[in-house]
Design a protein around this ligand. Structure first.
Ligand SMILES: Cc1cc2nc3c(=O)[nH]c(=O)nc-3n(C[C@H](O)[C@H](O)[C@H](O)COP(=O)(O)OP(=O)(O)OC[C@H]3O[C@@H](n4cnc5c(N)ncnc54)[C@H](O)[C@@H]3O)c2cc1C
Length: 303
C-alpha cells in the first residue's frame, strides 16, 4: 500500500485547499483497509475530498484515502461496491448493465463512501433510494458489522456515519432494469443541467456550501440576500449560483470560512434563518478559524 509522509493534500481536494498531513495511507483493498482501521488509533477517512474544506494548517495525524479500493460487482439487479468507487464510474457501469437508479451520481465528483456518508442526492434521486445493505467497520468494537438501509438513519444529507462510530467498507444497492437509452438520456439530461447550475472543477469548489433549510432552498435565500456580489481577494461566490464558493487560485481555508460567515450572516440578517454548512471542515484550526467554525457549525467539527 502506498503511504506518503508529510504530504500536502491540497491537490487531492476539489477546492484545491489543504495543508500537510502527517501520514497519508492509500489501501488498495478492503483487507488492507480493515487492517489499518484495527491497527491505527486515530485517523480521518476521506474519499475524493469533494465535500470538504481541508485546513490550510494541515492535519497532524493519519489520513486514509479510500480511492484505490475499486471493486464493483453486478449480480442481477444488485451491485456490491467498495467505498472508494467513484460516483460517475458507478453510474456509468450501472447504465452499461441496463440498471437505473444511479443516474444522479454521473455528475458527482465523489466516491460511494462519501455519498453514503452524506446520503448524497440530486435530480430527485438519492443514495438511500437504492441502498440495501452496508458493510461497516465498528470503531468501538473493532469489528465488521452489517446494517440495513433502515438502520443507517438516512435523512437529508445525513446518515449514521455522521456519528463517527462506523466506517463504510462496501455497500449493496438494488437497482431497476431499464432500457440503456433511457438511462443514458437521464444521465445526459443531468449533466447538461449541472453545467448551468454548478461551477465545473476548473473553478475549484466543494459543491453546495450550505444545506437547504426545510421547504426552502439555500441558493434562493442566499441569492435574495445579495451574496452573489461577494467577491474577496482569494475567494468569491459563484456568479451563476449563490450557494457555491470558488477558490480564485490561492485561497486558504480561513478565506473560505470568512466568506461562509458573511453568507451565513447575510441570510440571518435578511430572513432570521441560520443556514447549516454542507461542506465539512477537516484538520487543525487557527484561533480565527476556531471562532469562524463556532459561528458556522455550532456543534463540533470532525477534527
Ligand atoms: C462540483 C460539485 C458538485 C456536487 N454536487 C453534489 C450534489 O449534487 N449532491 C450531493 O449530495 N453532493 C454533491 N457534491 C458533494 C460531493 O461530491 C458528494 O457528497 C460526494 O458523494 C462526497 O464524496 P467524497 O468521496 O468526495 O467525500 P469526501 O469529501 O472525501 O468526504 C466527505 C465526508 O464523508 C466521509 N467519508 C468518506 N468516505 C467514507 C467512508 N468510507 N466511511 C465513512 N465516512 C466516509 C468523510 O470522513 C467526510 O466526513 C458536489 C461536489 C462538487 C465539488
Amino acid at each position: 500500500m502506498l503511504i506518503k509522509e508529510d504530504f500536502e493534500i491540497k491537490n487531492l481536494t476539489t477546492f484545491k485547499i489543504g495543508g500537510r498531513v502527517k501520514k497519508l495511507y492509500l489501501p488498495e483493498n478492503l483487507e488492507e483497509f480493515t487492517k489499518l482501521l484495527r491497527d491505527l488509533d486515530d485517523y480521518i477517512i476521506l474519499g475524493s475530498c469533494s465535500d470538504v474544506l481541508f485546513s490550510s494548517n494541515g492535519y497532524n495525524g493519519n489520513v486514509i484515502l479510500t480511492t484505490e479500493m475499486k471493486n464493483f460487482d453486478i449480480k442481477g439487479t444488485k451491485i456490491i461496491a467498495d467505498c472508494g468507487v467513484k460516483d460517475p464510474l458507478a453510474s456509468q457501469k450501472a447504465g452499461e448493465a441496463s440498471l437505473g437508479g444511479f443516474e444522479f451520481l454521473i455528475g458527482l465528483p465523489g466516491t460511494l463512501g462519501g455519498a453514503v456518508y452524506m446520503n448524497a442526492g440530486a435530480h430527485g434521486q438519492c443514495i438511500a433510494d437504492v441502498l440495501t445493505l452496508c458493510c461497516l467497520f465498528d470503531k468501538e468494537n473493532k469489528e465488521i458489522v452489517f446494517k440495513t438501509k433502515e438502520e443507517m438513519d438516512f435523512s437529508y444529507r445525513h446518515s449514521i456515519l455522521h456519528e463517527g462510530r462506523f466506517i463504510l467498507l462496501s455497500a449493496e444497492f438494488d437497482l431497476k432494469k431499464l432500457p440503456q437509452e433511457d438511462i443514458k438520456g437521464l444521465m445526459d439530461r443531468n449533466l447538461n443541467f449541472r453545467k448551468t447550475v454548478q461551477p465545473s472543477l476548473k473553478e475549484p469548489n466543494a459543491g453546495s456550501v450550505f444545506k437547504n433549510p426545510e421547504n426552502d432552498s439555500a441558493g434562493r435565500l442566499l441569492d435574495k440576500a445579495g451574496v452573489k456580489s461577494f467577491d474577496m481577494p482569494n475567494v468569491k461566490v459563484w456568479e451563476k449560483h449563490a450557494n457555491f464558493i470558488v477558490n480564485k487560485g490561492n485561497a486558504s481555508s480561513e478565506d473560505v470560512l470568512e466568506l461562509m460567515v458573511k453568507m451565513y450572516q447575510a441570510v440571518k440578517d435578511t430572513y432570521t434563518i441560520e443556514l447549516k454548512p454542507e461542506i465539512i471542515f477537516i484538520g487543525n484550526k487557527t484561533e480565527k478559524e476556531e471562532e469562524l467554525c463556532n459561528i458556522l457549525y455550532k456543534t463540533k467539527t470532525q477534527k
